[in-house]
Design a protein around this ligand. Structure first.
Ligand SMILES: Nc1ncnc2c1ncn2[C@@H]1O[C@H](COP(=O)(O)OP(=O)(O)OP(=O)(O)O)[C@@H](O)[C@H]1O
Length: 602
């Protein structure tokens, strides 16, 4: 975790860079708000003393009364001005802080960080405090400044009337300050402890409101089960907060009693001094106001400072996320990723997701010559999708290398490498956007309606687009209305229709050097599968492609087939070669073929 001064510098730097005018306005209005009560107390003293002056009662009242009226107007107007400027400052800082956080998360090259629970806890804290903490800290600092100014004014007032009491009031505030700082540390500890529970609570909350989850939740009657789990996590969070609140009440009680005793003693002293004629009525009034203001001011300042300290400690988590080094840095010398001319090679690739996991790939060696298609087949969990993730550099091999035209892909910038590849994943995304946008996302920078139409045609999704009520402009999914002014509902697609849209998205990338298709036709009906296969065959022609498929009728269309079993390539060759070899592939192929024939003759 970062040190608080560094965090404070970072927050103030953020404010100065993103909203200098609002910050200045905030400081000026805070200073003005701070001065008003001190001025009002002194003016009141002057007025009271003038009224009770034995020689000329009521003389010379004009100026102090005018001043009092002015401070009244100031007290009424200035806090609203300050509120406006504070709001603007808070919004600007929050937007910038949030944007920086997501820019940092977006710069994570691989997927491993998204699968690390401790890191996700920190990210959750960074998300919640990244938006709230910076404005709270800056506004807290401004508020602290304002309170310090007002308090200093009243301390000076007190010192002028009763220096000993001024000292006593200040001494009595030391325990208040110490307690608040102690408590702020306790609150930070609590926040860190409860984050994993809050994250899980959020997860259950999302499940309970998610249409995708709704089917199973209703079928298996899981709603109350997840609600109970959510309540259990909330109970842990509440218990931790309750313990800290109880501790706060206990710790804050004693200093509050000391402050009350000091102010009572001060009042008795002032009244007796006035009775003896040592203080005027005005003195007593300003003295009473000053004791209350100093005690209140010190209490507010302590609370603000403690809150700022607490937010700074949590903001450290945000800064830690921003300061994380690149997760999968390119190897020196970094080279431009060239068009694929010779081919891809996996050379003795070993991979496991972490030291705690088993090996998923165990010495995979495989070549895919440029311009050829390779089908990867194998049992569930054999490591096929994992191999694809290594090609896209979502992870680096634990041992061994992935070579692109003979160069280790770690020498390329990952974005450059990925720009040369297009893919349809097994678990492709369904974006709650229009159909055309869903496709255009495959190449947002170069998307135009013609290109989108061509990609849709290449994926056999043009008919689907034409059949939608507003064509490509139809909102997909039912989470959002088409447009608040034209409240047509979105259209939900079938699984196979979504798959065609995902395929069209992959087709947006013009002439990729490598096309990866992970179960591209799994959700399609037989006629659609045949049609899409035809389209893909044409699209693949002369291109380098890698396809994963459990349907061996589809796999046989590839130039080469590799069988992956328990993390190793056990067979590799053309369909004819593998059938002749009469190994696993041949066995599986004949069994699937028999299944189709048996089905058709039944
Ligand atoms: N992100 C992950 N973290 C840890 N283990 C993982 C992760 N993803 C996959 N695995 C494990 O790696 C192994 C291989 O999974 P992979 O998804 O590569 O298999 P597959 O051959 O594509 O399977 P299928 O045919 O079912 O899609 C499995 O044992 C799986 O549990």
């Amino acid at each position: 975790m970062r040190r608080r001064p560094a965090a404070l510098r970072a927050v103030l730097g953020l404010a100065v860079r993103t909203a200098p005018a609002a910050l200045l306005g905030c400081l000026l209005s805070a200073a003005a708000v701070a001065v008003v009560p001190v001025a009002a107390a002194w003016l009141m003293r002057t007025v009271l003393d003038a009224l009770t002056a034995p020689a000329t009662p009521g003389a010379g009242l004009l100026l102090p009364v005018a001043g009092l009226v002015a401070t009244g107007v100031g007290a009424a107007v200035l806090p609203h001005v300050e509120q406006l400027v504070r709001g603007e400052l808070a919004r600007r800082i929050a937007v910038e802080a949030q944007d920086r956080l997501y820019a940092a998360v977006n710069s994570w090259v691989g997927l491993a960080r998204f699968e690390d629970p401790a890191r996700l806890d920190r990210l959750r804290l960074a998300q919640s405090c990244g938006q709230e903490a910076p404005p709270q800290i800056v506004l807290g600092a401004v508020g602290l400044l304002r309170t310090a100014l007002t308090t200093a004014g009243f301390v000076a007032t007190l010192a002028a009337i009763g220096p000993v009491l001024a000292l006593l009031v200040l001494l009595a505030s030391v325990p208040v300050l110490a307690t608040e700082f102690r408590l702020s540390r306790a609150w930070v500890g609590t926040a860190l402890r409860i984050t994993p529970y809050e994250r899980r609570e959020m997860f259950y909350g999302q499940l309970l409101g998610d249409v995708q989850a709704a089917k199973e939740l209703r079928l298996f009657g899981l709603g109350s089960h997840f609600r109970a789990r959510m309540r259990a996590d909330r109970a842990v969070v509440d218990a931790a907060n309750r313990r800290t609140e109880q501790r706060a009440a206990l710790l804050q009680g004693a200093p509050a009693l000391v402050s009350a005793a000091v102010s009572a003693a001060g009042l008795v002293w002032a009244v007796r001094a006035a009775a003896r004629g040592e203080l005027t009525v005005g003195d007593v009034s300003v003295f009473v106001a000053a004791v209350a203001a100093v005690q209140g001011g010190i209490g507010t300042a302590a609370a603000l400072a403690a809150l700022a300290q607490q937010k700074l400690a949590l903001f450290g988590q945000y800064l830690d996320v921003l300061a994380e080094p690149v997760d999968l840095p390119a190897l020196a010398p970094v080279r431009p990723a060239p068009p694929l001319r010779q081919g891809l090679e996996l050379r003795d690739v070993w991979f496991r997701y972490s030291d705690r996991h088993d090996w998923v790939l165990r010495g995979v060696s495989l070549t895919l010559p440029a311009g050829r298609s390779l089908a990867l087949v194998g049992d569930n969990g054999a490591g096929k999708s994992t191999l694809v993730k290594l090609l896209l550099r979502y992870y680096d091999p634990t041992r061994g290398t992935v070579l692109w035209d003979g160069t280790d892909i770690r020498h390329f910038e990952p974005e450059e490498l990925r720009e040369r590849i297009s893919a349809v994943f097994q678990d492709f995304m369904r974006y709650d956007l229009t159909a055309a946008e869903n496709i255009a996302l495959g190449d947002v920078r170069a998307a135009d309606p013609d290109r989108v139409r061509r990609a849709a045609a290449e994926a056999g999704a043009d008919g689907l687009l034409a059949s939608l009520p507003q064509g490509g402009d139809t909102m997909l999914g039912r989470a959002f209305l088409q447009d608040p002014d034209h409240p047509e509902e979105g259209v939900e697609l079938s699984g196979g229709q979504w798959q065609r849209v995902a395929l069209a998205r992959a087709m947006m990338r013009r002439s990729p050097d490598l096309l990866i298709l992970d179960e591209p036709t799994a959700g399609l009906d037989p006629a659609a599968e045949y049609e899409v296969q035809e389209l893909l065959r044409r699209h693949r022609h002369g291109r380098t492609s890698l396809m994963i498929s459990h349907r061996l009728g589809t796999a046989r269309e590839a130039d080469l087939i590799a069988v992956l079993r328990e993390g190793t390539v056990t067979e590799h060759g053309t369909h004819e070669e593998l059938i002749a070899a009469d190994g696993t592939y041949a066995g599986l192929f004949h069994r699937q073929a028999e299944g189709y024939t048996a089905g058709s003759t039944r």
